[in-house]
Design a protein. Structure first.
Length: 311
């Protein structure tokens, strides 16, 4: 399995919400979300979006992904309203997931907005190195890709019909669209980039990354990982650190503990079992490592999460 597939196997989008937004005249709104990935599908017309000082125009057939739900402003083409009303206030008048945004003019755009929650611990290292808006327009002449075009059509078709399992299907299609945006972005990274995702393109490092993610419980050493990568021990260690920004075993420990935190939140395994699943020889060693990073023991972390869910 390739490194990106392994990296994303514990990344799941959930609690999907979707709306149809029909804009008329000089419409605009602002939006802010926490721990959310957003998608916009442009059904007709077009609109502008301003995310973290990154401005983008999108037109019919385009799709935009906002990896980190920064506060952003959306507005009609050729218009930037002085005051953009928060979308949440507008959604109080939303019926059947369709919102008419009246800017005192003729209808000029129709969008589908999709919000997806994600597991912050598992995906935050990835999201932290992505641009505010994907896909990047310079990746192709018109900023679109054949695979994404097909996915947009399927997702649009599903959102327009009321069928059993609709939310589950939209969750899956949103995940596929996210993966497509990510791999197009990674494939387009220049060789000189400082982005650690460049390791996904490295023919040697990608083997070691895949191995660590596929078998985090294995007793990995620099020597074993170098063998997997097909490099000498010293060359591998230096290349990994230069590209990823940390030594291989530091990366492995970080991943193991993020994975352990996810297992603790899922509440499907005992702490002792989780300790074994992420490669620790004893519960005490696991507890000490976990506490150094999260500030609390695995037991206390699980209890805190349970209390937050009940609050």
């Amino acid at each position: 399995m390739d490194a990106l597939s392994v990296l994303l196997q514990n990344v799941h989008l959930f609690e999907t919400k979707y709306y149809r937004l029909n804009g008329a005249g000089n419409w605009s709104y602002s939006m802010s979300r926490k721990d959310t990935i957003l998608f916009y599908l442009v059904m007709s017309g077009g609109f502008c979006i301003d995310v973290g000082n990154s401005l983008r125009e999108a037109r019919a057939g385009d799709m935009i992904m906002i990896p980190n739900a920064h506060k952003h402003v959306s507005y009609a083409l050729n218009h930037h309203g002085d005051v953009a009303e928060p979308l949440d206030e507008l959604l109080t008048n939303c019926q059947d997931r369709t919102l008419e945004i009246d800017g005192n003019g003729d209808p000029n755009s129709s969008l589908i907005l999709i919000e997806c929650k994600y597991d912050k611990e598992m995906i935050s290292p990835l999201l932290s190195v992505l641009p505010p808006i994907l896909p990047e327009l310079n990746d192709a002449a018109d900023g679109r890709f054949e695979v994404i075009d097909v996915e947009i059509k399927l997702l649009t078709l599903e959102s327009e019909r009321e069928r059993m399992g609709k939310t589950a299907v939209i969750n899956h299609w949103a995940s596929i669209m996210m993966i497509e945006c990510l791999r197009v972005y990674i494939e387009s990274l220049p060789e000189a980039t400082e982005n650690w995702l460049k390791a996904m393109k490295d023919p040697f490092l990608t083997k070691a990354l895949a191995a660590m993610h596929e078998a985090p419980s294995q007793s990995w050493t620099i020597h074993k990982l170098a063998e997997v990568a097909g490099m000498s021990r010293s060359s591998f260690a230096q290349r990994f650190k230069d590209t990823v920004g940390m030594p291989p075993l530091t990366y492995l420990i970080d991943y193991r503990l993020r994975l352990a935190a996810r297992y603790l939140r899922l509440q499907q395994n005992s702490i002792s079992r989780i300790s074994d699943m992420v490669g620790y020889a004893s519960d005490s060693t696991f507890s000490q490592a976990f506490k150094r990073v999260y500030g609390v023991s695995p037991k206390a972390y699980r209890k805190q999460y349970q209390q937050q869910k009940l609050a």
